[in-house]
Design a protein around this ligand. Sequence first.
Ligand code: ATP
Ligand code: MG
Length: 578
Amino acid sequence: MKMSKLFVQTMREFPSDAEVVSHKMLARAGYIRKLTSGVYNYLPLMWRVLKKVENIVRDEMDKAGAQELLMPFVQPKELWVESGRWEAYGKELMRLKDRHNREMCLGPTHEEIITAIARDGLKSYKQLPVNLYQIQSKFRDEVRPRFGLLRGREFIMKDAYSFSTSQEELEAEYKNMWQAYTNIFNRCGLATKAVQSDSGAIGGNVSHEFMVITDTDAGENDVFYCDDCDYAANSNHAISTLPDAVTDGKEYFQKAEIVDTPNTHSIEELSAFLNIPSTLILKSLIYIIDKKPVMALIRADKQIEETKLLNAIGGVEIRIATSPEIEELMTENGFNAIPGFIGPKGFKNLTIVADNTVKDLKNFVVGINQNDVHYVGANLEDLDISELKYFDLRLVEAGEYCPQCGKPLKVTRGIEVGNIFQLGTKYSKPMNAVYLDADGKAKPYIMGCYGIGISRTAAAAVEAHHDDWGIKWPLAIAPYHVIVVPVSTKDEQQMSVAEKMYKELLANGVEAVLDDRDERPGVKFKDADLIGFPYRITVGKTIAEGNVEFVTRATGEKITIKPEDAVNAVIDAVKKIK
Ligand code: ATP
Ligand code: MG
């Protein structure tokens, strides 16, 4: 490809809505153009990268024994009603109607469709296990599309689904996919960590996410991990044992009573006023889950993890209640207390759940739905809560102890590039998707599903590999392997050496670009760095002595070598990734 013909318009500035490096650089270097919120055009350079990621994924999936197919992007409502997700999926599911008023949706994932395919075609145990996958665009009407390709509304995903006859068979396939994922991300030049995770809208029991660890804002997940053992989990799933005792051993309150606590709106103010540790306070928080208020109780020095709370209730959408919503709830129950003084006692028809930390509280302090007072020396039985259910609702903090080995946990941030789930019969049962076993008995498939964000993986590679000047693509997923830059296109010797090298690279299967533009060398080098060619061969004045400059983008290493050695170095490097 000649640089003069390459469809690439680099921008002088970063787009104003770009918050993270990959979005900034991919837009500025001419890889992507936004069409509308969360929807991007993949321009030729980007498409080359995406195809390379896809092909690595395809190769490893095929090697792992999976079979590729392609399902429609538009899906009928009926199958989603069968699985129960037409109701359960929430607003991320983009719903539409056709001209006959039939309801449809844009596929955010394809469990329903693949389960319907399986029940039509996989009727006997003899056909199982099977793993089917596709690579395709997905649409999710994300609340906050952001970070360019990292969280789009339309994005490319590889999704695979396995059908087995037993849990053991599913677990074997899960392991098989785990290995395939490890190979895929290694080949893409990405170091990943597999972490335990919540199963979210997909469902199922066991799941792991493959995270690219980063210390930037692009890492939307907090990952808790242990250096002493292999424990690692997304914050929505992480558990820990707590270091501090509930109190420091002192007896703070001899009897239960209501005491004045004027203007103590926060936990800090309350614990300072009463001169007690915050571990002795019961915190009561109001959330709105699927439009209904829910009260969550937790020991006051700890925070609620919203996904855990959502799962405990079995809801779809969660947020903290607004002041007017809290006021309305209080009024309905005949109270006028403001936040800071709210507690579980005396509510009618309110779902109240408690974190496990509440179990151990004794003679504690709690709001009693009257302003400027608290109930001290209280115990749970004093609060008359009918049917209090306990769950793990607590957000883990670094320094708390590893649930596996007891050493202090650490925290970092990660970009989720892939996800594997053991679904079990979550779809096969409600959809009556069954096979006949050896005794002729109908049984639901034991399923697994396995996703990789193709477009997110490409963007994550930019997050992991860049410097101030631009992208440093890993060779295996770079749009082109090398750029050959004659410093002066008017210099005949420079041009003829550059062209000869370019042709030889092409003839040996290297994806090369020749920068034939009549531009200043500074401009050419800047563009090469921004676009992120893994290698640059510069033909300048030193060609008089028979030398060219060979630059490795990843390391910044510059060496002076003979043109044929530069060509061979690139050919050899490319051979290694094939
Ligand atoms: P997230 O928690 O980031 O919203 P998810 O858990 O909903 O993702 P999955 O349903 O597991 O995502 O989808 C499989 C893969 O698809 C993810 O691991 C991720 O790489 C990719 N993916 C999911 N949502 C998006 C998105 N909005 N934009 C780009 N890629 C995405
Ligand atoms: Mg996920």
